[in-house]
Ligand binder design. Sequence first.
Ligand code: DAH
Length: 349
Amino acid sequence: MADVLAEIDDLVPEANAELSAVQNPAQLESFRIKWLGAKGTLKSKMDLIKQVPPDQKRLFGQRLNAAKDQITAAFDSRKQSVETAGASVRLDLDITEPGRRPQIGNRHILMKVIDELTELFARMGFSQASGPEVEDEFHNFIALNIPRQHPARDPLDNFYLAPATGEGEVSAYNSVPEDQQRLLRTQTSTVQIRVMETQKPPIRVVIPGRVYRPDTVDQTHFYMFHQLEALVVDKNVSMVDLKSTVMQFVHAYFGPDTKVRFRPSFFPFTEPSAEVDVFFEDRQKWVELGGCGMVHPNVLKVLDKQGLNSEEYSGWAFGFGIERIAMRKYGIEDIRQLFENDVRFLRQF
Ligand code: DAH
């Protein structure tokens, strides 16, 4: 009898030890089946009662019931702690919440406008070209028929790069021989020359790119901006081609009712030359898009380098301000907004 009672007394510590290892609902359920289930340990211990003498059966029954009560109580409290632990995990991770949408960036409005313009001109048969932003005087001036005395070459109107002459020394502008000065290009017309150095006519290209000028910043001026240059070179190219292409572009991009006008002008690299204005409805005034004209024979001479006879060719070109185009198209009031990088502004487009 003592053995049987000792067996019952061992049950509680054994069950407690197992219960303390229980961490999750699955382990809890295994524990319940093993100890408290219909075929569990406690039920099977009931069979021991057959071995117990009749006068002791009552004591045995009481001990077994006490053990069962203790194990059930321990199980209940463990069950609670496992469930609240599970519940707190669930609180942190509410899968019914809609979730936070990540902020997705967008392309800068000027980049979008450049894509729109090059696509539009691609449909009119123009391919795309590009050239360096740090240029030499040959491409920025000389080849474009802008001689050394020309006011456009004034150091005050250009970002010349001071070449290093030695340790920490930079030379003065005038001490560097002509052609060897380098500068941030002031116009994308430089790429006209680069294209004519490498491609043979018929040439039909557009050149979007950045240009730099030491301008005072205001509503319509910035020291860096973008131009869209176009160059067409072939035999028998006329001013009519130029004008109709520009009109077609303006009407396709801004709408068929857009008012556009050509004013006679002067550029060293074109003859004759004109300026193109577009009417800004929102401001009720004409705004200049840029210049254009028939490519000057001196500029076409660069074709001779390829063994061609430049006198057999004619061409036209234009150079328009991309910021102006973007401002007219998207109703932007101030050029500075394009470069301040306020995402609240830029996200609108
Ligand atoms: N390069 C000129 C400027 O920046 C604009 C220009 C005028 C470009 C006439 C041309 C042109 O191609 O034919 O002011």
